[in-house]
Ligand binder design. Structure first.
Ligand code: F6P
Length: 341
């Protein structure tokens, strides 16, 4: 078989490890050939390819980013986009596609499957918000980076008796904030799922000072104050309609300083969370997903996404994969909240 591979949406550590597993097993076990499509769905739409053989995936396991490049291109919002994909696949004699991406990339994969193109999906997002899989690779790495950042700002916050608000990624789901906040012992964790009360946050901050300590807070970029709205970095939206968030940490730091009188700073981690080498956990998960994906293609089982259920690698239908956003449930948030302040 000739198989096309692409990576779409925001990049994350572990993408290259998936590509490596797919190609190594596909070539050595089944004799398949691969074509790399560059920059997400833009690749098959515009016929942007690159070679993808055994030599090309050497030493990829621990390399951050994606050698194929990525984009948030949506072929369904481009005139003739799907026909262009069909033409590219025919031109290269491609029998199937492996699409590695998050909810948007997999949503396109699902629609293409409905339109008769053989696609297998691999879930990717540092946000860990895809309902059909217990974990996505990239999440563990992002949490590790954010945890280290919280640990580091804690010592300088204590030295200067300052409050520091650490803003992490997470538009609609606060998993990174919840896990990094718990791992780093943040004095408050604010997530998009539950509006926060600024006065209550100031109360948690003050109780730290009352005990002779500074405060470190962890806030997801999509967190919203009661009665307020998401803070947007820029007015524009991407091809899937997502606005660019960011700035809640800085806004909150200003409110805390004004209301409590304690000097307060914000640290925005941003893309630091998505860059660099994946953790051992993410390398293993990526590799297992890659092996699962090539098996599914080899079986001709299209329209599925590879997922982790417990410790098992399974296949779920692509429509199920993109149906539910996995958000932080009230009980998990309440659990963390017991240690705030
Ligand atoms: O979806 C993953 C993610 O990292 C989100 O947490 C974040 O809001 C978004 O991507 C940022 O995307 P971009 O890099 O395109 O601004």
């Amino acid at each position: 078989m000739r198989i096309g591979v692409l990576t779409g949406g925001g990049d994350c550590p572990g993408l290259n490890a998936v590509i490596r597993a797919v190609v190594v097993k596909g070539v050595t076990a089944y004799g398949h050939e691969f074509v790399g499509f560059r920059r997400g769905w833009k690749g098959p739409v515009e016929d942007l390819t690159q070679p993808l053989g055994l030599d090309d995936v050497e030493e990829l396991l621990g390399r951050g980013g994606t050698i194929l490049g990525s984009s948030r291109t949506n072929p369904y919002s481009i005139d003739g986009g799907v026909d262009a994909i069909r033409a590219t696949l025919t031109r290269h004699g491609i029998d199937a596609l492996i699409a590695i991406g998050g909810e948007d990339t997999l949503g396109v994969a699902k629609r293409l499957t409905d339109d008769g193109i053989g696609v297998v999906g691999v879930p990717k997002t540092i946000d860990n918000d895809l309902g059909a899989t217990d974990y996505t690779f990239g999440f563990d790495t992002a949490v590790s980076i954010a945890t280290e950042a919280i640990d580091r700002v804690r010592t300088t916050a204590e030295s200067h008796q300052r409050t520091i608000v650490v803003e992490v990624m997470g538009r609609h789901a606060g998993w990174i904030a919840l896990h990094a906040g718990m791992a780093g012992g943040a004095d408050a964790i604010l997530v998009p799922e539950f509006e926060f009360d600024v006065e209550q946050v100031c109360g948690w901050v003050q109780s730290r000072y009352d005990r002779g300590h500074a405060a470190v807070l962890c806030v997801a970029e999509g967190a919203v104050p009661a009665g307020g709205a998401e803070v947007l970095t820029a007015g524009e939206t991407d091809a899937f309609g997502h606005a660019r968030l960011g700035g809640i940490g800085t806004w909150l730091a200003g409110e805390i300083e004004q209301r409590t009188g304690h000097e307060t700073r914000a640290v925005v981690l941003g893309h630091v969370q998505r860059g660099g080498t994946p953790t051992a956990y993410d390398r293993v998960l990526s590799t297992r997903f890659g092996l699962g994906a090539i098996e599914a293609v080899n079986d001709g089982d299209f329209g599925v996404m590879i997922a982790l259920h417990g410790t098992e690698i399974v296949r779920v239908r692509l429509d199920e994969a993109t149906a539910v956003l996995k958000v932080v449930p009230a009980e998990r948030y309440a659990e963390a909240q017991q240690l705030f302040g």
